[in-house]
Design a protein around this ligand. Structure first.
Ligand code: ADP
Ligand code: MG
Length: 248
């Protein structure tokens, strides 16, 4: 589905990504996990061609190299939810969701049917669709962002910290809903998070990044029981469980 070969990215003096080699299997959820600044967003943007990797690196999407020439077209097959949702504040939820379909000339009836279907999938009450983003809760905004990413029925869904701005109970509810949605759709998903619990809950495989490099790739039990190096264990232990206080 997706193959990254020799991907590096340099911003001036900063090397945000260093020779990443990664295979992303079809129909599974892959988590990009890592601290802030480890290169997760850069990697997502390179996948969908919003930024170019350094010379010598290539992203293959469904076997096709992503280039500046074809990126726009390929992006129709890649739904993208950016950090903080990125909804247009001057458009209603409905208009935000429908934007790309309208741009591609879908008839109003088809758009209506698709938006209703997606509201059901993401459990957004239909009366929310006429609201502007500021009139929605954080969780509802993320449901709308997800609807917008899914409108064209993409083969690949890219989610950059979709739940990062939500408080714990809403976040946990959305995690359950996302898991359900991923199962229903059976799409290839790449989701960025720095939360290891979320990574283990949602991911079929986890790719742990540190300073632009892959430290380990595997399931959560693999990261916990056979860490590739001491950083993996440090990273896992740094996220304290609230229950820990009880065993003191
Ligand atoms: P993450 O999403 O894991 O927090 P990013 O991919 O946003 O990490 O950033 C990786 C590194 O690249 C950081 O050191 C960041 O400061 C740097 N960086 C990201 N975008 C730019 C940019 N447009 N210009 C310069 N440096 C950048
Ligand atoms: Mg980021």
């Amino acid at each position: 589905m997706l193959e990254l070969k020799n991907i590096s990215k340099t911003y001036g003096q900063t090397m945000a990504l260093k020779t990443i080699e990664l295979f992303i299997p079809e129909g599974k959820t892959t988590i990009l996990l890592g601290q802030s600044g480890s290169g997760k967003s850069t990697l997502i943007r390179i996948i969908n061609g919003l930024i170019q990797p350094d010379k010598g690196g290539t992203v293959f999407f469904e076997g096709i190299p992503v280039t500046p020439q074809n990126a726009l077209e390929l992006r129709h097959k890649m739904g993208y939810v950016i950090q903080e949702g990125g909804l247009f504040p001057h458009l209603t939820a409905y208009q935000n969701v429908a934007l790309m379909a309208g741009y591609l000339g879908w008839p109003a009836e088809r758009i209506d049917k698709r938006v209703t279907e997606l509201a059901q999938l993401t459990q957004l009450p239909l009366d929310m669709l006429s609201r502007f983003p500021t009139q929605l809760s954080g969780g509802q905004r993320q449901r709308v962002s997800l609807m917008r990413a899914l409108i064209l029925d993409p083969d690949l869904l890219l989610l950059d910290e979709p739940l990062g701005a939500l408080d714990p109970m809403i976040r946990s509810e959305l995690q359950n809903d996302l898991k359900q949605i991923f199962q229903t759709l059976g799409k290839t998903v790449v989701l960025v998070t720095h939360d290891i619990g979320e990574a283990g809950f949602l991911g079929d495989q986890i790719v742990l990044l540190r300073d632009g490099q892959i430290v380990q790739q595997g399931s959560l039990p693999e990261l916990v029981h056979t860490p590739a190096d001491s950083f993996v264990t440090q990273f896992i232990n740094a996220q304290r469980s609230p229950l820990e206080a009880l065993s003191l």
